[in-house]
Write a protein that binds this ligand. Structure first.
Ligand code: NAP
Length: 293
């Protein structure tokens, strides 16, 4: 990112509603700044009723954009093409604009897996518990199944979890999936992933599991939440001796993958590590000062 924007500056954005707390501009603009590029990334609030109008402005002025809640599914109708990753998840989080055509991708799964790889955990044949059955869970479940897990989905609405299971059976070769109510969980799991908002304000004093005994023996506990940086679940898991990952690595690596799609080539590892470090440092300052909520 240069000091001043001008009419030639290449524009990127994230669209969603609400959007004011998005960390995506911080990540992408740091990358542009480190590379000395005349590019800028904005956070644009787009209410659902105005999605179509927003797309035509983006199409004529931007090179690419990310999509977040509540538009990840609705965006698909406006795209000229959808990549396999997005088709399987039924949701798009990254759009590339080229020659007036819009192509949609989903980089959330890549971000999730990258976080898992950084923890060095091998999941083939292991029991994994996923809490929640919403939009993020759809992506996470497929990635866990791709890694060869035996998957248990626990959700307060069993109907929603069963619907997710039915969709997963269609889309995944690994069909080892069971559905259970969270209050009935008893077994130990090798890996536990929280995809519910329990642990994030206003539920930041709550756990997404009924009993911390479930954490005993877990090798990895992964919470998709990154604010707070260490949820109550991760604090308990840490105390129980599990490896823990928060949602920041998923957020960060889905952004890296989006950059690589827009550029058509990988970013250098040292740049990826440098910006990750910068973000973590600013995150600590932000969360310590309690300005971020
Ligand atoms: P979503 O589609 O609204 O799904 C939320 C899920 O959590 C649903 O299954 C819901 O259960 C369950 N849930 C909600 N409130 C609950 C409560 N009080 N007690 C128990 N279960 C509850 O949301 P999402 O888009 O999947 O996002 C879920 C979480 O992942 C959010 O915290 C979000 O910030 C985080 N996320 C992080 C990243 C990242 O990059 N780190 C990316 C995406 C999402 P029902 O089905 O019964 O309603």
């Amino acid at each position: 990112m240069k000091d001043f924007l001008n009419s030639k500056t290449e524009l990127y954005a994230v669209i969603g509603d609400p959007i004011s707390h998005s960390l995506s501009p911080d990540i992408h603009n740091r990358i542009f700044r480190e590379l000395g590029e005349d590019k800028a990334y904005l956070a644009l609030r787009v209410p659902t009723a105005e999605l179509g109008e927003a797309i035509s402005v983006l199409k004529n002025n931007f090179k690419g954009f990310n999509v977040t809640i509540p538009h990840k599914e609705a965006i698909i109708q406006y795209l000229d093409e959808v990549d396999d990753s997005a088709r399987i998840y039924g949701a798009v989080n990254t759009v590339k604009i080229e020659d007036g055509r819009l192509k949609g991708y989903n980089t959330d799964g890549y971000g999730f897996v990258k976080g898992m790889e950084l923890a060095g955990v091998e999941l083939e044949g292991k029991k994994a518990l996923m809490l929640g059955s919403g939009g993020a869970a759809r992506v996470i479940a497929l990635e866990l199944l791709n890694k060869g897990c035996r998957l248990t989905i626990a959700n307060r609405s069993l109907e929603k979890a069963s619907k997710l299971k039915a969709d997963l059976i269609v889309n995944s070769k690994n069909k080892s999936i069971e559905v259970i109510h969270p209050l009935q969980l008893q077994e130990n799991y090798y890996c536990i992933v929280n995809t519910t908002p329990v642990g994030m304000a206003p539920l930041d004093q709550e756990l997404p599991i009924a009993d911390t005994k479930l954490l005993k023996g877990a090798r990895l506990v992964y919470d998709l939440i990154y604010n707070p940086y260490k949820t109550l679940l991760l604090q308990e898991a840490d105390a129980a001796g599990c490896s823990i990952i928060n949602g920041f690595s998923m957020l960060y690596y889905q952004a890296i993958r989006a950059q690589e799609l827009w550029r058509r080539h990988p970013l250098a590892d040292d740049l990826i590590d440098l910006v990750f470090q910068q973000m973590e440092n600013s995150f600590n300052r932000i969360t310590e000062s309690k300005e971020y909520c």
